[in-house]
Design a protein around this ligand. Structure first.
Ligand code: DX5
Ligand code: ZN
Length: 216
């Protein structure tokens, strides 16, 4: 069963509540929220007050993708804002093991994100500690970019690494997901598809979410 996490980055920010309510009434499993600091990525998006406002309307778990340097600084604030999953970048953490344990101790599910150029094998010694791994299939920072097809090989490698570790870590993909790229991702072993512009650019976002799920 494939799961879909709509990314609010492509929603109409003047009507964010309506976007969250659309996700509430859809078949999506969670809501993906992109936090950017203007340092780790060349863009700045939303912060804690907005996550809290989303949480007040949301009826699905919040998957908070931290595109932020040294995200371990913000674990308790992300938790207090209402996140269920805290996604930190491998490239942004000097002491990843410590950050992962701090996230779990705070009551959230820890996830690690890899940039397109970061090899899957770097997770070998921590994979069994992770609830989810997010593979970026675009360079992080912006919605609406084209899918990097090398991601398919990384999904297969990650699937093998998880099997070897006997872990139940979930594989999430973020960037350029649509009806053209999703079938290969599902075949390669993806579990959760993040979709921003594909969902919020659709004439019928509910149907766009359903169409992705029905591929699985
Ligand atoms: C990009 C963000 C994504 C973004 C994906 O840095 O992490 O979540 O919203 O957008 P699409 O689905 O349009 O590629
Ligand atoms: Zn994201």
């Amino acid at each position: 069963m494939i799961q879909v996490a709509p990314s609010l980055l492509s929603a109409d920010f003047t009507r964010l509540g309506d976007a969250v309510r659309m996700v509430n009434t859809s078949r999506a499993s969670m809501i993906h929220i992109d936090v950017m600091d203007g340092m780790f990525v060349p863009n700045i998006t939303i912060g804690f007050p907005v996550i809290k406002a989303i949480r007040d309307v949301a009826e699905k778990p919040l998957d908070v993708h931290m595109m932020v340097m040294d995200p371990g600084r913000y674990v308790s604030r992300v938790r207090d804002a209402g996140a269920s999953i805290m996604n930190v970048h491998w490239e942004a953490c000097t002491h990843l093991d410590r950050v992962i344990h701090t996230i779990r101790d705070a009551g959230m599910r820890p996830a690690v994100t890899l940039n397109p150029a970061t090899p899957v094998m770097l997770l070998r010694d921590i994979i069994s500690e992770l609830d989810m791994v997010l593979l970026m299939s675009v360079n992080p920072g912006f919605g609406g970019q084209s899918f990097i097809s090398n991601t398919l090989r990384k999904v297969r490698e990650l699937r093998a690494l998880i099997a070897e570790a006997g872990s139940d870590t979930v594989i999430e993909i973020d960037g350029g997901v649509n009806l053209t790229t999703a079938p290969e991702l599902i075949k390669a072993g993806a579990d959760v598809l993040v979709a921003g512009s594909y969902v919020f650019g659709a004439a019928d976002p509910h149907k766009a979410i359903s169409d992705l799920i029905d591929l699985g």
